[in-house]
Unconditional design. Sequence first.
Length: 320
Amino acid sequence: MTLIYHSKKPFIHVITGSLMLIMTLIFVAFVGQAVADSDIDGNEDEMHEDGPIQLTAAQIKRTGIDLAITAAGGIREALPVYGVVETNAEQVQTISARFDGVIRKITKRIGDAVVKGDLLATVEADESLRVYSIKSSLNGVITQRNVNVGEQTEEKILLVVEDLSSVWIDLSLFPSDIAKVQIGQQARVKSIDNTVVAEGAIIYIAPYGSSVNQSITARVLIDNVEGHWKPGQFVSAEITLSEVVAPLVILNTALQVIDGEEVVFVKGEDGFEAREITLGRTDGEKSEVLAGLSANETYVSKNSFVLKSELGKGDVEDDD
């Protein structure tokens, strides 16, 4: 047994040495390929820094990039204010019984949608014992229900229907700003998280102020067919005080800063390139362009940071 053991030991050393050699050769080959790949990537980076960034239509859609055309546009002087969404009181039906009696049927619950002419309730009159119907006089939603079947009407409000297809935005003005605001001026209203935006005209300015904070209410009427605006929600707004037309404007969402310079990404025949620009007046949403762009050029108006991140990296990889 001892002779057999000693006879295999040199053989094991030979095998071990061979494996070590093979692994070393594989490692050298892998490192060499990695260096080569690194050189290729480096060359692509240099090419990308000097040339346009190319994106397919699928890549543009996937990254959420929006395009716009340079053109003349208005630059607003605006007054920032805050407010709250209110029900349009001119589109509310407060329902009570025409003749006192007992509720025999009630067809709607709070939150139910109704259309003009819908049956809401039936009442058996106390004096005549005749049953009469109560119907909705407008399209809307039930926001109050204060009675159930078998109860007396007792001259109380039975139901309230509100048409929320339009709403009021009650804005609070500081005393120093009251002189700047007039009925008919346009206001741009934004939800607190800036995800919903609407525009409307000022239809009313209160003739009296609040004794609590000395503010004056300016009321804006806005469309709400899609139901984005909920009464009771807080909003921010900008009242347009004046507006000038600039020869060339872009959306501020297009702006990026590269090496301390403001740039936009312009779409050309060969792809997108970063273009340094000089800006003039701005209203926080749009800016006047004094130099660097011409009319009717296509530029990236949204998610331009995607292209900024690709500078020096190479083309955006396609999912395909």
